[in-house]
Write a protein that binds this ligand. Sequence first.
Ligand code: FAD
Ligand code: SF4
Length: 407
Amino acid sequence: MTLAQSPSESGQAPLGHHKARALKAGSRRPAKDLCSECGLCDTYYVHYVKEACAFINQQVADLEAQAHGRSRDLDSEDDLYFGVHQEMMAARKTEPIEGAQWTGIVSSIAIAMLTSGKVEGVVCVQNTPEDRFQPQPVIATTPEEILAARVNKPTLSPNLSVLEQVERSGMKRLLVIGVGCQIQALRAVQDKLGLEKLYVLGTPCVDNVTRAGLQKFLDTTSRSPSTVVYYEFMQDFRVHFKHEDGSTETVPFFGLKTDQLKDVFAPSCMTCFDYVNSLADLVVGYMGAPFGWQWIVVRNETGQELLDMVRDQIETQPVMSQGERRPAVQNSIPAYDKGMTIPMWAAKLLGLAIERIGPKGLEYARFSIDSHFTRNYLYVKRNYPEKLDQHVPAYAKAIVDQYELPD
Ligand code: FAD
Ligand code: SF4
């Protein structure tokens, strides 16, 4: 049996996952070029890879029903775009955490869950001592370890590589923080982890890169690549870099050197349709909120329980929506088809009117989802046509179908 085959494919009797072996570091993963390095294959849960991997077996609707009691209602625009939810809001910490990606709502929830005793450990990702952007997944068991994981590591991160340690440690109550592809694989194996309760706190995620790809992006875009401690593609259509000395640098999306950045995004991210982390209990991002605020999507009662842990630490306001995204998205499609990967043409088309009439709040989130889904749909169609039907979820197809695409 090659490691890329499942036991049933090899004709052997199914093995218990404890008898399976993690794949060797650096060896080719079953999803091949589409592997997002989620970490599952670094554990004996590789045994379930054929069913669990987001890039081999897209099964968002089934897993939504398992996690939230129903899959999304495609006739509801909010469900279609943002997934199953019972509440959305904009929020920010009244006392932001220094050095967090936004105001630190994710880290604060994790700390409250741990110190209240609701969980025994938190899967999150710190960086290595040598490199602030090299991810190092951990099971944090102290608030200090959670705080050390604050801020995005804007690179593919093998968060699930610590899952074997969870089962070995005997932990029964766990919080996992992660992005969509990690959470899909987690949901597919969660019943095998020996847990009594799993909480899943997700962030949206798009356009991630390998560590080498990140370097290329920093080198071509920032005035001082080696001092960047943080960056974000923000709702004002600019990339915001924060440097070691506390200074901020902004670069308009349409000022990016697309010719050099053409292939910078990981193929996994170019084929991903789970921008909004459909399977997490609670999602904390920014794109559906006014600038400076975080965007919260409560998907189920477990998500509500997570959010309630920090109610007294945050201020909130209702979500809002303003502007019209569709012409900009439609006009940008020919550029993607020519191999442009960064959805900045749309921003350019909005030109100087961005601040005044550009999409804001939920309409900005829909703008970003539409731009990425149309781009990714064309990418799958061009590069993996045999995967198109199975890999593109029904909700993503419905979103893409609003636009005229080239053949
Ligand atoms: P913090 O308190 O700073 O905590 C950040 C948490 O993120 C930590 O617990 C850490 O474990 C976890 N984390 C860091 N890097 C990774 C990683 N590579 N993989 C998995 N987990 C990680 N939001 C949007 O609305 N739109 C986007 O397009 C978008 N893109 C994102 C792309 C990436 C690669 C990531 C990691 C996040 C993205 N987000 C996006 C989420 C957003 O940037 C913030 O992470 C989120 O709002 C939480 O902010 P915070 O201040 O509460 O987080
Ligand atoms: Fe394995 Fe995860 Fe890569 Fe899929 S994405 S092949 S599950 S490491």
